[in-house]
Design a protein around this ligand. Structure first.
Ligand code: NDP
Length: 332
């Protein structure tokens, strides 16, 4: 049975008197820095001198170069993109790593794929939220929180678990609960969602849109039906709370249920199942990680090409039209 920790299992006091260095002020860095500060911790931000850093200054954080922040902090949260963490670690973090510090990852990538091999005299922990930073912050402010995975790879001080759980509590993660799974499992599960689940959802929307428009349906209406109304998001949120099929019992008409139950196994073919296994193999043997790092070294050329092509899709124009036509609340 997986071990879960809640607020009562954690004590933010274990970080009293320690300086938390948030390295990177992007999607996770900004949200976590705010939550940790609101929970009473001493937070400094390490970032290159650019717009992210100016934002941290504007938000009232003591802000320094990465190497300086890393040297000063007792607990280091490495919140920069995974594929560049090893370079930044070697250049800016290693010189200031003294025994007894803690190195905290929000994703196990650098450890799982051997990019970073920390010394044995520091705590190495994983505190990995399962949502983007904006939700980490919004839920914290709303009094709830985002679930997370936690792990300890090295317990050099004998207090690594207390520190990890204290951070998780201060960020709001122990409010719903944090699950203990290993760095490797967290990394592989996260990649599986990114290589299978999200591409399936996004690919199905794109293919569905194309088929509907080719069959003469109104582009804006097709976007609205497939995802533009926000229905899919709401329905999946309910599924997370009450269960996938109970959500259908409660919200779907007989016609809707009949349509879903008679089609759900048809759309996942044996070819898809073979593809799923290929995806898992590429995660496990590290070939995806190698590809990602190679692309980062080319300035993310391939990523940019793929992203540019997706953004040029006529679906994007249709969804912009839907947003203009409808009175939706704006959101990040
Ligand atoms: P971001 O892409 O938002 O990171 C941006 C930050 O990294 C900025 O501060 C940026 O500063 C800095 N940065 C980028 N390139 C460099 C570089 N070459 N050298 C130094 N600093 C750099 O990262 P995320 O917040 O998305 O991810 C951070 C960690 O959190 C990762 O391990 C990720 O897997 C994990 N995570 C992310 C989630 C998410 O919601 N995105 C969810 C759960 C975990 P600069 O202005 O200098 O470029």
């Amino acid at each position: 049975m997986v071990k879960v920790f809640y607020d009562d299992d954690a004590d933010v006091g274990h970080l009293a008197g320690q300086t938390i260095g948030v390295i990177g002020y992007g999607i996770q860095g900004r949200a976590q820095a705010h939550n940790l500060r609101d929970s009473g911790l001493t937070v400094i931000v390490g970032n290159r001198d650019d717009t992210y850093r100016q934002q941290a200054v504007g938000d009232g954080f003591e802000t320094r170069d990465i190497a300086d922040a890393a040297a000063r902090a007792d607990v280091l949260l490495l919140l920069i993109p995974d594929e560049i963490q090893a370079d930044v670690y070697r250049r800016d973090l290693v010189p200031g790593l003294r025994a007894g510090k803690a190195l905290v990852f929000a994703h196990g990538f650098a450890i799982r794929y051997g990019q970073i091999q920390p010394p044995d005299d520091i705590d190495v922990v994983l505190v990995s939220p399962r949502m983007p930073g904006s939700y980490v912050r919004d839920r914290f402010l709303a009094g709830s929180g985002c679930p997370a995975f936690v792990d300890v790879k090295t317990d050099a001080t004998g207090k690594a678990w207390q520190r990890a759980l204290a951070l998780a509590k201060a960020a709001g993660f122990t409010r719903p609960g944090v699950l203990h799974i290993g760095f490797a499992e967290e990394t592989e599960l996260d990649h599986f969602a990114e290589h299978y689940l999200y591409p399936t959802i996004i690919g199905a929307i794109e293919a569905g849109y194309r088929a509907l428009v080719d069959n003469g349906y109104t582009p804006e209406a097709a976007v609205m039906e497939l995802y533009g109304s926000g229905e899919v998001g709401e329905v999946l949120l309910t599924a997370a709370k009450v269960g996938l099929y109970t959500m259908l019992d409660r919200n779907a008409s007989p016609a809707c249920q009949y349509g879903i139950y008679t089609h759900k196994d048809l759309v996942v073919t044996d070819g898809n199942r073979r593809q799923i296994q290929t995806i898992i193999d590429a995660i496990k043997d590290g070939s995806f990680a190698r590809q990602l790092i190679a692309d980062q070294r080319q300035g993310h050329q391939r990523l940019r090409q793929l992203s540019d092509r997706a953004h040029r899709s006529d679906l994007v124009a249709s969804e912009a039209a839907v947003r203009d036509l409808m009175n939706f609340p704006s959101s990040g």
